[in-house]
Write a protein that binds this ligand. Sequence first.
Ligand SMILES: *Cc1c(COP(=O)(O)O)cnc(C)c1O
Length: 457
Amino acid sequence: MENKKIPYKIYLDENEIPEYWYNLRAFMKNKPAPLLNPQTQEPATLEELSNVFCEELAKQELDDTTKYIKIPDQIRDFYKMYRPAPLVRAYCLEKALGTPAKIYYKFEGNNTSGSHKLNSAIAQAYYAKEQGLKGVTTETGAGQWGTALSMACSYFGLDCNVYMVKCSYEQKPHRREVMRVYGANVTPSPSNTTKVGREILEKFPGTNGSLGCAISEAVEVATNTEGYRYALGSVLNQVLLHQSIIGLETKAALDKYGITPDIIIGCAGGGSNLGGLIAPFMGDKIEGKNNCQFIAVEPSSCPTLTRGKYAYDYCDTGKVCPLAKMYTLGSGFMPAPSHAGGLRYHGMTTTLSQLYADGLMEARSVEQTSVFEAAEYFARVEGTLPAPESSHAIKVAIDEAKRCIETGEEKTILFGLTGTGYFDMISYEKFHDGIMSDYIPTDDEINASLANLPKIK
Ligand SMILES: *Cc1c(COP(=O)(O)O)cnc(C)c1O
């Protein structure tokens, strides 16, 4: 094993795509706190969740005991169209940095939607189809999730109604058109098509919109329209479960060469790619089988883990979704509009929140311009144009590899390269033109937003 030369790309055979998702919560000693009904503050029931989500997905949402959940054949067949995703040994990056560290990344940008989000989109569309629904509603921020869900819905012949955060709708017309290629209806949010949208527009005319607000609109339409349910691209337990395919494939590839990473790094918006990447490694750590270090990387402009509070909060601005106990900046938190790309969500998935609270995972926040410097450096040495979100992980992976130069340690560093940057050239343009700013919210701004956390009985 030791002498076997590691290839630039470790590919798996399509038959090696995992047959089961990995339910990390079932391995955790301290389970994430339950979702609560926002009216009664009692734990959300299967029945309540089934009004919002497909029934099978509602079951997955509540399941914190089944360790492995079978991936239906039709989903696995779809996965075969773009998976297994390559695990790349970043030889060129190692050489350019002059580091003794060994760096690997799992690239999830090799599909038309351009990111890992398709892994959960296809699962959510499948269960909607199985239940005999007509379609789904959703929100999208930067556009990746809306694109992924549009692709998944068109594959299964379902309607897809996307509420797209207004500033992205205007700034990313190409994202919108890709969704329309796949037959989706795209509405800028806030809109006057929903009650919550009209209320927000009245209170904040001229608002750029936010994810929390678009979620409220999509949920309102799903729960009031016969044959529709709501789909969400991150944050939820079900999404982390589906994204475990990332970590399982990575582990299967590394196991072929007897490699266990010392450090695993991922960007964290709602936490789904990171939760999926670390799942089997974290499960092993909890069982004492490895001693990996896990690092979540978030933008300084939306510092949920590093500066937020661990408390029950609303998942959306309109307060229609269940309450979740998570690290949060408050559901009314609006990141600066100058902030590029995703990773703008005010909260963090309950699983990662609990792992962070228990000291099993670390978090770092990084500034936008340093992220783009890392992105460009990476593109020049490794060839692949990274998404700005993914580049948060690149930045910290490079920092860690540089630290190894000082200490002489030959650490194995793994990070998630969640997507391609092709749809983010406006952000790259701002970076090149020197007009990108690093807005960091003040303590007063964060405290003002946290003052509106719900009071829990
Ligand atoms: C959506 C997205 C993210 C962040 O979402 P998570 O749920 O935190 O994974 C990261 N990278 C890309 C490319 C994305 O599209």
